[in-house]
Design a protein around this ligand. Structure first.
Ligand code: ADP
Ligand code: MG
Length: 409
């Protein structure tokens, strides 16, 4: 029993039918609420457009950031609704709530081809609840929004690749209540990752960085058994440096994982590669003067915000002969130009390897954003994935709940 595709849904005929789509519209915003990288919105367009063109009444569920399970204007999808409408070339309504009276009234008022975006699904605490019954009650309310007036059930299309590793109401539980299909984005991403996971091309190098340190440390062990080299930068590297006994000043540090990192270094010392120099600053701010120091000499009063030039040189040499490369997580705080060189240098090394024939995949919202913001060519990589955590877990060999549930009828 494979996963049903969007094409199968379209061939069943969707005109006039309610279709709930889980999209990943979790784009980075700057301090004023301006979208700094619309990549995930653009990637969500094909599925939504196909459904709207076919006359479906489309209801979209999506999240933005990490609100605390209640409405928070800072995390409203309003700017996303406007940008999505622009990219789709048609109006996208935004409901004032998730499954409340406004969402219900608007969903009842939809005509064929209309698109309604629900407010940030994480404004409802049931979305991410650990309690199955709570999540299912939200999933039921979502399914009601696409039910036909005669009582016939709507359909569910899972297209938010960036969230398929989450056991959440709009990703997982909803598929138990409605006929379900994979959207084109999810289908494409899975195909590429399958290819990457099976890639015989050796050496296989994995580059890890970013700031979700505890999430990512959890996958290292598994990746270390699969990859020939695992290059570590970004906020990830300081827990490893601490595990080697170095002081890391006020850098990002996951104290509880130091022991884990020590064991990883013991076991996989020849696979793991840490930076040898670090760009530090006094404060987490764009104008804090940068200074490059040896990785084992981070001053107590400073924090590491990028990997240094010598590290870039070594990582570049490592990557230059790789035949398969997966990169997740910026090497530094690339949003600040003074701390972007590490990310740019490593990205350029991956592009150079790709030119020489390597199969390269970039995963992660911020990593993908970095590629575009640093002016690097998007086609310099074999594939840019919209999902960081999801692609990591897939490559690790973990079953993704949001994919698993689509496989069941
Ligand atoms: P992705 O979205 O690609 O999976 P993450 O969300 O884990 O990546 O991390 C991205 C963030 O990590 C970026 O916003 C970047 O500024 C931050 N980051 C990278 N290096 C550091 C560092 N040394 N200290 C603090 N934050 C960092
Ligand atoms: Mg991120």
């Amino acid at each position: 029993m494979g996963i049903k595709s969007l094409d199968e849904l379209l061939s069943e005929g969707v005109a006039g039918r309610g279709v709930l789509v889980r999209s990943d519209l979790n784009v980075p915003l700057d301090g004023d609420g301006t979208i700094t990288d619309p990549g995930r919105i653009i990637a969500s367009v094909p599925t939504l457009k196909a459904l709207s063109d076919a006359g479906a009444k489309v209801v979209v569920a999506a999240h933005l950031g990490r609100p605390k399970g209640q409405p928070d204007p800072k995390f409203s999808l309003a700017p996303v609704a406007a940008a999505l409408g622009e990219k789709l070339g048609r109006h996208v309504q935004l409901a004032a709530d998730v499954v409340g009276s406004d969402a219900l009234a608007r969903s009842e008022g939809l005509t064929d081809g209309d698109i309604l975006l629900l407010e940030n699904i994480r404004f409802d605490a049931r979305e991410t609840s650990k309690d199955d019954a709570e999540r299912i009650s939200l999933a039921k309310a979502l399914s009601e929004l696409v039910r036909a007036p005669d009582g016939a059930a709507g359909a569910f299309v899972s297209d938010g690749f960036g969230v398929v590793h989450r056991k959440q109401a709009s990703v997982f539980d909803i598929a138990g209540l409605l006929p379900h299909y994979a959207g084109t984005l999810v289908a494409t991403e899975i195909k590429v990752l399958e290819k990457l996971a099976e890639a015989g091309g050796r050496p296989y190098a994995v580059v890890l960085g970013g700031s979700k340190v505890s999430d990512k440390l959890a996958v290292i062990e598994n990746l270390a058994t699969k990859a020939d080299s695992l290059v570590i930068g970004g906020g990830m590297c300081f827990t490893f440096l601490a595990a080697q006994g170095f002081s890391v000043g006020s850098s990002l540090l996951e104290e509880g994982m130091i022991e884990t990192c020590r064991k990883l270094l013991d076991t996989y010392g020849d696979v793991l590669h840490l930076p040898v120099d670090i760009v530090v600053a006094e404060k987490f701010s764009a104008d804090s003067p940068p200074e490059t120091v040896a990785a084992e000499q981070i001053p107590d009063t400073k924090m590491g915000l990028d990997i240094g030039p010598e590290s870039v040189k070594r990582f570049t040499a490592l990557l230059s002969n790789a035949k398969t490369i997966f990169w997740n997580g910026p090497m530094g705080v690339f949003e600040f130009p003074a701390f972007a060189a590490g990310t740019k240098g490593v990205a350029e090394a991956i592009i150079a390897a790709t030119v020489k024939g390597a199969f390269s995949v970039v995963g992660g919202g911020d990593s993908a954003a970095a590629v575009r913001q640093l002016g690097l060519p998007e086609d310099g990589f074999s594939h840019i994935s919209t999902g960081g955590g999801a692609s990591l877990e897939y490559l690790e060999g973990t079953e993704l709940p949001g994919i698993q549930v689509l496989e069941q009828s």
